[in-house]
Design a protein around this ligand. Structure first.
Ligand SMILES: [Zn+2]
Length: 212
């Protein structure tokens, strides 16, 4: 990743975030020297934000995550795997990968997870629902031409070969079986995964197993 080792970042020394009242401007100088030495570490980096209950809430830009830490509104659960630390003249903050809020926030009810190609591929782990090889297409288990819905329960990841062979037939006509029962995934982390291409492996325990 570009900007991973700017000059203002050194090895972690186990520094705890400070608790104090502070506006966002309080961290405006952290990492500022990076700007003149290549891409800033802020960049595209995302931090997984957990509720006090460890429920995943969202993926924050690094800068916003650092603001929460410096203001004492969140704590680091997992730091950057390579131990990066952001320094300013007066402060040092472990570059976080996963942080947890200090106070519980109530999450409003969210509508069903929309069916997207990315979401479906995540759910099925890019494996064909029929043969298990790498999936590149989406198949309607009951073909649309025969009344099948475009829904989580009727869509599966499918390899090109199986999709071509299956065409508009029913599984019973082919003697095929699904390797998994397709279901709609539940939980906010599905939105989160759809929006983040390369989640840190440290996030995965909090995102739960894909509903397969
Ligand atoms: Zn296949």
């Amino acid at each position: 990743m570009p900007g991973r080792h700017p000059t203002s970042i050194g090895a972690a020394r186990g520094l705890a975030p400070r608790t104090k009242a502070c506006p966002e401007s309080a961290v405006s100088d952290i990492g500022a020297p990076d700007q003149s030495h290549g891409p800033p570490v802020w960049g595209r980096r995302r931090v997984l934000l957990l509720n006090t209950t460890f429920e995943p809430l969202t993926a924050l830009p690094l800068r916003r995550a650092v603001v929460l830490l410096v203001c004492g509104k969140a704590e680091v659960v997992h730091g950057d795997p390579s131990g990066l630390v952001l320094h300013s003249a007066t402060d040092a903050v472990v570059v976080p990968s996963v942080i947890r809020l200090s106070s519980f926030v109530r999450v409003p009810y969210r509508a069903r997870v929309p069916l997207t190609r990315a979401g479906l591929m995540h759910r099925d782990r890019y494996r064909c629902a029929y043969c298990g090889s790498r999936a590149e297409t989406i198949d309607h288990v009951v073909p649309r031409s025969r009344g099948g819905e475009h829904s989580w329960a009727n869509c599966v990841a499918c390899c090109v070969k199986c999709n071509h062979r299956k065409a508009d037939k029913l599984l019973s006509e082919l003697g095929w079986r699904l390797r998994v029962v397709p279901r709609a995934p539940r939980g906010v982390h599905w939105r989160l995964l759809a929006g983040v291409g390369d989640a840190d492996p440290q996030w995965l325990p909090y995102l739960g197993e894909p509903a397969a």
